[in-house]
Design a binder for this molecule. Structure first.
Ligand code: SAH
Length: 350
């Protein structure tokens, strides 16, 4: 694989152009082209310079291989990386704008039992530029540039555990929020983690106040360990402490993801335990009905059961919402599209 221009910030591009014997202002031309989602071969710099760059840098590090459109307007993408690895992403339209879900790793090594991303383990970390290029490519696909953005919000909820790829993810966050670039505000970005406690503390110090989302899914450590191996390493109490710290440092309320799994985590007792755990904390609970994954045996709940659980949380004083299930007709859950694609030898994704 060649190098990836999207890995570089403006200062680094300046060093690069000087190394190539070019004038410093060429860096800004490259940067603007990148931020507009252009391929290197389309960026407006002198042809001879471009040719030299193309010998060392990928023309298009993240290519849209296939697009799937849901009846509700959601779009899912299969992206191909320069080394042939496949990752996936989603764009969801809301009244306030468009939220893109990005992947941070090809595969995942966290091993959560309900999740399709982890079925084949971790293949590799994505570079910061490969994460950024997902956003730039989709923004350009929808006619956006760095000034008039089409992607307004980002969630790091695609394949991978963002905090298991800490340095690349932080660099991505710095580049995607940089003034003069695509400049998506940190408050419009949510980072979701299964709960890597030391990295939550580190992230709190980065001065990029993104929304922190924790995949909780259970109210006890034993229960959590049944579906999430990471629960054997860090306790819920440790995670809550790290969240408090994140709140103190950033002023951002934190969010818990709670996927409703039949017979596992959504009885009356579970609702009460969740209330006891979180009441009075500056947090919000996002409920989502499990997206059933073919390769897994866990079952989802009915809409009625989900609303019952939501009602119990609200009566108990928690701030909670039941997330709409969107894009389910096109392989809704995390990693399903990629898993389907790989299983079918790279053809029919479903
Ligand atoms: N690794 C990170 C981010 C990726 S997953 C994390 O664990 O948070 C994004 C969210 O989708 C997580 O809350 C994850 O637990 C949840 N998820 C994964 N598979 C799911 C499924 N089949 N149904 C519902 N939610 C799922």
């Amino acid at each position: 694989m060649k190098n990836i221009l999207q890995d570089l910030n403006l200062n680094e591009l300046e060093l690069l152009v000087l190394n190539f014997g070019e004038k410093k202002f060429r860096a800004k031309q490259l940067y603007d082209g990148i931020m507009q989602g252009k391929k290197l071969s389309e960026i407006n710099v002198p042809a001879a310079f471009r040719k030299k760059l193309l010998e060392q840098y990928e023309d298009e590090p993240v290519k849209i291989k296939e697009t799937f459109r849901s009846a509700d307007g959601t779009e899912k993408y299969l992206f191909e990386l320069a080394d042939g690895n496949i990752i996936e992403g989603v764009l969801m339209s809301y009244k306030y704008g468009n939220t893109q879900c990005v992947s941070t790793q090809a595969g995942c090594r966290m091993g959560c039992k309900f999740c399709a991303s982890t079925l084949g383990g971790l293949i590799r970390n994505l570079t910061s530029g490969e994460i950024l290029a997902q956003v730039l490519t989709v923004n350009a696909l929808h006619g956006g540039a760095n000034v008039k953005r089409q992607v307004t919000n980002i969630v790091l909820m695609g394949s991978g555990e963002p905090l298991d790829n800490y340095l690349n993810v932080v660099k991505f966050l710095k580049n995607v929020t940089a003034e003069g670039g695509i400049n998506i505000s940190a408050r419009n970005i949510s980072l979701s983690t299964c709960g890597l406690v030391p990295e939550i503390y580190k992230l709190a110090e980065e001065e990029i106040p993104v929304n922190l989302t924790i995949s909780l899914h259970q109210t006890s450590d034993e229960g959590r360990a049944r579906t999430m191996p990471i629960a054997k390493k860090y306790t819920i109490a440790e995670i809550l402490k790290a969240c408090e710290y994140y709140f103190e440092k950033t002023g951002r309320r934190y969010i818990f993801e709670y996927s409703l799994i039949d017979g596992e985590n959504c009885g009356d007792k579970d609702a009460q335990a969740l209330i006891n755990l979180l009441k009075g904390k500056p947090c919000h609970v996002n409920l989502i009905r499990l997206n059933e994954v073919k390769e897994r045996t866990l079952k989802s709940v009915s809409e009625k059961q989900a609303y019952k659980f939501l009602g119990a949380l609200e009566r108990g004083g928690l701030s909670a919402t039941l997330r709409r299930q969107i894009g389910a007709d096109i392989g809704g859950a995390c990693g399903q599209l990629r898993a389907g694609y790989l299983k079918n030898g790279g053809s029919n994704p479903q």
